[in-house]
Design a protein. Structure first.
Length: 220
């Protein structure tokens, strides 16, 4: 389905008060919680694993959108599904047998997403597109929050959306990295309907609720 969904990423949240930060995001109208899993191999940073996903599962009813920035993610699909993930997104660059990996995600009862790094061609997802629920376009190089939006991502979003309309019209299109009030309307116009927002929600001056309200206002 294609409604506009705001997906706060907890990577830049205050991990000393994570439950409270997530409750504020939920009160602020977040539609989905985006959880950035990093292994220090596929990306140059380490974040968290199934334990934190399980902890988040206990404090919110919102869908959990788990972004696996890990090498050979098929090793951990069951663990993240058991931890409470609703969506499991794997990187096309990290999977040797992507069709099999997507099949495993679906067999676990999760929605399947496939992510593209900034330098990976849209063509890399043509063959898998009919089998997935979402394509994630990285608009920053993965590994960190609070980076600058890569401007060529707008055109890439439009090209992914065109491919989806051809091969899988109901497939969601998620954009991730460097999104704020200054560009959220543009990424939506470019075809994105699931909008990941990290530092524009969690480490700004305003409250989480105020930051989310400003993003929703700017998205119209
Ligand atoms: C980066 C992560 C993104 C990031 C978004 O590797 O996948 O989800 O946390 O944070 P901002 O919105 O601050 O770029
Ligand atoms: Zn992410």
């Amino acid at each position: 389905s294609r409604p506009i969904q705001i997906a706060p990423s907890i990577l830049t949240a205050d991990f000393g008060h994570l439950a409270d930060q997530i409750r504020q995001a939920e009160e602020g109208g977040a539609d989905v919680i985006h959880l950035d899993v990093m292994d220090g191999i596929f990306v140059p940073n380490i974040s968290f694993g199934p334990l934190v996903v399980r902890a988040v599962r206990e404090v919110t009813r919102l869908p959990l959108d788990v972004h696996l920035m890990i090498q050979d993610p098929e090793r951990y699909l069951a663990a993240f599904a058991e931890a409470g993930a609703d969506n499991l997104t794997v990187h096309v660059e990290a999977c040797t047998h992507l069709h099999r990996t997507v099949q495993q995600i679906t067999e676990l009862g999760c929605r399947a997403g496939v992510a593209l790094n900034p330098a990976t061609s849209v063509e890399a997802v043509r063959e898998i597109l009919p089998f997935v629920d979402m394509i994630l376009v990285m608009s920053v190089n993965p590994g960190f929050g609070a980076q600058r939006f890569i401007e060529t991502s707008m055109n890439k979003l439009q090209r992914v959306r065109r491919l989806q309309e051809e091969l899988n019209p109901l497939c969601a299109l998620e954009v991730d990295g460097g999104i704020g009030t200054h560009n959220i309307a543009d990424v939506i116009r470019s075809g994105a309907n699931v909008i990941v927002v990290g530092s524009s929600v969690f480490n700004q001056e305003g409250s989480i609720q105020e930051n989310l309200a400003a993003l929703r206002q700017a998205s119209r």
